[in-house]
Design a protein around this ligand. Structure first.
Ligand SMILES: Nc1ncnc2c1ncn2[C@@H]1O[C@H](COP(=O)(O)OP(=O)(O)OP(=O)(O)O)[C@@H](O)[C@H]1O
Length: 436
């Protein structure tokens, strides 16, 4: 009604905000200017920075200049000058910054990442402002892909512990991340990357269609350690694939390993539900953000039309896993070993062995396999070892299940509308949101 009236509100809101114990005061912000439609800088400047300013939050912004730039900064900067890190970008940027934060934590703790190690948690929480094309991580922790909602979670200091995977090969840590796809998902990304000159959505569509047209299965051995039976469920394999326990070993854990050898159209391993507009219930709907397990979804060899039916169900209400060739498991560790023309990827091929009898069995670099790890292409030559690390990182956001359990009467669920989500957050903190 008047400037004075506004001032009263402004002061009152500031008082409310000051009551939030965990809210950050000093942020290290990374903005990827190349994300999606190259709008991240503008989005940060127009929609997010003014809110941080109003909330008296100091910011130190780095606009990244190249892939890997955020990691270099995080390895060297004085982290104790900040109390949180924020990334403005898509899933590739989020994965890079999360990896950088976790790498820095291992460096600071003197952990060697060249063998099976137990990582320490990231020192600072991470805020994710979605500015990418799929924004799976933001969608999964905010229930919506909306930069202002994301900024409000940071401002109010809502924190959510989140599981992280480590990806290793040949005893070396490759990176930390949230999700991986091998087979169709990896091939489609590899093809899209070869057509970088196309606009992003056109490139993605083209790659999906062409990879579907040339659909072929990968021959591999998939081993996994299910979560303890009390926590999760494991299923018997289908499609005539053989399953054997990697038995004969002493420990209970070794006996619990299961191995499937065969042809797979796609294998997905996901530590978070991976919600996106194409899969509103998530690519891995049975996985939670913080339940200490990964969803393993293996799609066996099937006809092209059956595979397309399976893919289409991700965006519909039907169960995408209701096919005999699809299996889901809740797992702690996964090992995937590709095979090419009868030879394991980490052994020299028959022809190579015959042509050079003196060859020592070193890792073959003749062939690599495309992996889609958090939307980034990794061409990897041999067996990949993926482990889940429960609640290794803290992200700004809310546990959507908890929020959905107590919806405000007469409103849509919080995942649908950020204003309602904000109102609910205020209501949870006793701030008289209804009168606002
Ligand atoms: N200045 C830069 N030039 C080129 N690449 C960059 C730059 N800064 C960051 N990157 C890299 O760009 C990659 C892709 O960015 P990002 O994931 O943000 O966008 P996107 O691919 O459009 O979104 P999404 O992953 O949600 O589909 C990241 O892996 C990041 O490391």
């Amino acid at each position: 009604m008047s400037a004075d009236h506004c001032q009263v509100w402004f002061q009152h809101l500031k008082e409310i905000l000051n009551g939030y114990q965990n809210r950050p005061k000093s942020l290290k912000v990374f903005v990827n200017p190349t994300s999606h439609r190259k709008e991240a800088c503008q989005l940060y400047r127009d929609d997010v920075a003014p809110l941080f300013k109003l909330a008296d939050i100091k910011v130190d912004v780095t606009v990244t200049e190249r892939k890997g730039h955020a990691i270099s900064v995080l390895k060297e900067c004085k982290l104790d000058e900040y109390d949180s890190v924020v990334v403005v970008g898509g899933d590739g940027s989020v994965a890079e910054v999360a990896h950088g934060l976790l790498l820095r934590a291992q460096m600071d703790a003197g952990r060697h990442t060249d063998s099976i190690f137990t990582p320490v948690r990231a020192a600072l929480p991470l805020g994710v402002i979605p500015a990418g094309s799929t924004d799976i991580v933001a969608y999964s922790v905010h229930g919506i892909r909306h930069p202002v909602t994301a900024a409000m979670h940071i401002i109010m200091g809502h924190r959510q512990a989140v599981d992280v995977c480590s990806f290793s090969s040949q005893g070396q840590l490759l990176r930390f991340g949230f999700s991986a796809m091998f087979g169709f998902g990896g091939r489609a990304l590899a093809l899209a990357e070869k057509h970088r000159w196309m606009p992003p959505s056109q490139r993605r569509e083209f790659a999906l269609i062409k990879t579907l047209a040339n659909l072929k299965p990968e021959d591999c051995e998939l081993s996994f350690l299910p979560v303890k039976q009390a926590q999760g469920t494991t299923q018997e394999p289908k499609c005539g694939e053989t399953v054997r326990d990697v038995g004969g070993r002493a420990s209970e854990e070794d006996e619990a390993w299961q191995t499937v050898q065969g042809l797979f159209l796609n294998v997905s391993i996901m530590a978070i539900p991976c919600i996106c507009s194409m899969a509103p219930r998530g690519l891995a709907p049975n996985t939670r953000l913080d339940n200490g397990s990964m969803g393993l979804i293996s799609v066996g060899n099937a006809s092209k039309s059956e595979f397309i039916k399976h893919l289409k169900r991700y965006s519909s209400q039907s169960n995408q896993f209701g096919f005999t060739f699809v299996e889901t498991h809740s797992v702690q560790v996964v090992k995937l070993r590709p095979r090419f023309r009868g030879s394991w990827a980490d052994e020299p091929s028959e022809e190579k062995r015959e042509s050079d009898s003196r060859i020592t069995p070193t890792i073959s670099s003749e062939r690599t396999y495309p992996w889609n790890i958090d939307g980034d292409l990794l061409e990897l030559p041999s067996e990949i070892f993926i482990r889940v690390h429960p609640q290794l990182i803290t992200l700004f956001g809310v546990n959507m299940e908890e929020t959905e359990e107590s919806p405000i009467k007469g409103t849509a669920p919080p995942a649908v509308h950020n204003g309602i989500q904000l109102r609910h957050c205020l209501a949870r903190h006793g701030c008289g949101a209804r009168s606002i």
